[in-house]
Design a binder for this molecule. Structure first.
Ligand code: PMV
Length: 344
């Protein structure tokens, strides 16, 4: 039996991907920071078998998980035409996350990117695809990660990545993400992301359903235009180390994402009272201290606090005294920008 094992991080979008078409293609370009402490680690074991369909055993932290297994099985079947050798091997996947499963943070970006890397590595080991020292390998892995979960395609690159066609991003594509970490001012390479866990509960509306609801959202066309405008303001801010512009865009994007949920038909809410209470506290603190502490949100109630590493000693007491009491059992995760996936 052969095996390959990859560790791949989660990412947090600054310009959000919300709305898709066709085969998981984005309606607008997005840009994210690649995280470090929040990651998935996936091992793929494979041994030859006769053809006749995907044969998969899926384990999560060593345990059978039928719901996950079904999703992965469907994903593998959907890419069988592109990776036909998958039919010739019995596959066993064993995956685990660095963060608790019920922490209230999405694991699809890290787990789908880790899985895509294992599949591309298997192809390389069989002599059927590029190896991980070639740029083409990463593009392919990003392509398959995208098919697993759109935002996962951005987890493949160090520090930051963009995904989606834009005149403002050279060589950009809807099919895969591209690295853009080299664009970051040194200040942004040391961004801290403290994730405040307002709730660990599973989301009431999945992101698949959320993307779908964008199709009937009356604000959708304006949203796609504003995403492109925000990208145009964000890129120079990231290069210049301009925290004020960066923070203003990060917060606007987060609140616009949630405003789109509230204005969907039917409407829904993923923020909770404590998400709003935290937002007000962060804004008041910023007003008083004049320090660059900003937030963003994913499709859920938890806040990501973004700030420069040098500010940690000042943020710490505020976090302990004012923010953590509003989190579920004081739950939070300390993260920062990272170097991208790693083969183990
Ligand atoms: O990758 P999906 O289909 O789970 O979509 C997630 C989209 C957001 O996380 C809300 C935003 C983003 O760009 O990551």
């Amino acid at each position: 039996m052969n095996q390959t094992c990859w560790k791949s991080p989660s990412n947090i979008a600054i310009i959000k991907y919300w709305g898709k078409y066709g085969r998981q293609l984005p309606k607008n370009a997005s840009l994210s920071f690649t995280l470090s402490a929040a990651y998935s680690q996936t091992t793929l074991r494979y041994s030859p078998k006769a053809k006749g369909g995907i044969q998969l055993r899926f384990l999560f932290e060593g345990q059978e998980k039928p719901a996950f297994a079904q999703r992965i099985q469907g994903f593998l079947e959907s890419i069988l035409e592109e990776l036909p050798f998958l039919d010739e091997y019995a596959l066993e996947l064993d995956s685990k996350n660095s963060f608790p499963h019920s922490a209230g943070i999405a694991s699809s970006a890290s787990s789908m990117s880790a899985l895509a890397l294992c599949l591309c590595d298997m192809a390389a080991e069989l002599g059927l695809g590029p190896t991980s020292d070639q740029a083409e390998f990463w593009q392919k892995a990003s392509y398959f990660a995208r098919l697993g979960s759109g935002s996962a395609c951005r987890s493949l690159y160090p520090m930051a990545a963009s995904w989606g066609e834009s005149k403002q991003l050279k060589g950009s594509s809807n099919l895969w993400a591209s690295p853009c970490g080299e664009l970051l001012h040194d200040d942004f390479k040391a961004v801290q992301d403290t994730i405040l866990l307002v709730s660990r509960a599973e989301k009431s509306v999945s992101s698949t359903a959320g993307h779908k609801l964008m199709e009937g959202n009356p604000f959708a066309p304006l949203r796609y235009q504003l995403a492109e405008e925000n990208l145009g303001k964000l890129l120079p801010a990231l290069q210049a180390g301009d925290w004020a512009t960066f923070g203003q865009i990060a917060e606007e994007e987060a609140l616009m994402l949630h405003a789109l949920m509230m204005t969907s038909r039917p409407s829904y809410l993923l923020m909770q009272p404590n998400s709003l209470a935290l937002i007000e506290k962060v804004r008041d603190w910023r007003q008083q201290t004049k320090l660059p502490l900003y937030f963003t949100l994913d499709a859920g109630p938890n806040l990501h606090l973004l700030y420069p590493k040098s500010m940690q000693p000042k943020v710490q007491p505020f976090l302990q005294e004012e923010l953590l009491p509003l989190c579920e059992n004081g739950g939070h995760l300390a993260d920062e920008l990272g170097c991208g996936p790693e083969k183990l």
